[in-house]
Ligand binder design. Structure first.
Ligand SMILES: *Cc1c(COP(=O)(O)O)cnc(C)c1O
Length: 223
């Protein structure tokens, strides 16, 4: 297994999905999810040209990121407790994809020194993972962030329930896009970003409008 070969293969599949959907390649940003993997693995991906990486745990990221090239960009994609907001918002990450409560929004706003982009994680299917707010709660979270000085909501994120057939994830991706369209109108907040799609189903997500896909095992191997 070679990380650079894997990245090449993922890139080809991203391009093909963009083409099928009539989208430009630069509308989709690849977040290489390096959770549980070493700084050496990150370096290998970086040497192959990957700049944007995702981690799901603050503690792990905090020890790994300083061992990696300083030119890389890091996003937090996993659940964050408000008592870790300070670490997450003080320079470790450029963006948090997994914001799902007003308490966390307020905690991040208190700690961030510069404008801080976040995505609201929505449990769009209402099943599976308990993480993410209910679709009905998303508007209130966006309004709460609009009252903040530093936190800025740039869009939505979701993790659909796992199904062996990735085609079954499509409905959840299109529902997230529709929710985004509706929230944009209702709140008057631009929400350009949709973070959806993982190793198993990123092509479907691209076809349904993803702007960030979060891919781990297809790049770094199974965990
Ligand atoms: C682990 C993880 C991913 C990547 O999962 P793969 O199936 O390995 O691509 C994406 N998003 C989140 C939130 C994750 O925790």
């Amino acid at each position: 297994m070679s990380i650079s070969k894997n990245l090449e293969a993922v890139e080809k599949r991203i391009c093909a999905a963009c083409e099928r959907a009539g989208r430009k390649r630069d509308e989709v940003k690849l977040v290489a999810v390096s959770k549980t993997k070493s700084a050496e693995a990150v370096l290998e991906a970086a040497e192959a040209g990957q700049i944007l990486f995702g981690e799901n745990r603050v503690q792990e990221a905090r020890s790994k990121i300083p061992l990696c090239p300083g030119s890389l960009q890091w996003h937090l994609i996993g659940h964050l407790q408000s008592n870790k907001a300070r670490i997450a918002a003080s320079g470790l990450f450029r963006m948090i994809h997994s914001v799902d409560s007003e308490k966390l929004i307020r905690a991040l706003d208190e700690c961030a020194a510069v404008p801080f982009p976040v995505l609201i994680q929505v449990n769009i299917s209402g099943e599976g993972s308990k993480e993410g707010c209910a679709p009905e709660e998303a508007a209130a979270l966006i309004e709460a962030a609009n009252q903040c000085r530093k936190v800025e909501v740039h869009g939505l994120m979701t993790i659909p329930p796992f199904t062996p057939d990735p085609e079954k994830a499509r409905i959840h991706f299109s529902n997230l896009r529709k929710l985004r369209d509706r929230l944009q109108k209702e709140t008057g907040t631009p929400l350009p970003e949709l973070s959806m799609g993982m190793s198993h189903d990123f092509e479907m997500a691209i076809e349904e409008g993803a702007t960030f896909i979060r891919v781990g095992s297809e790049i770094f191997g199974s965990r």
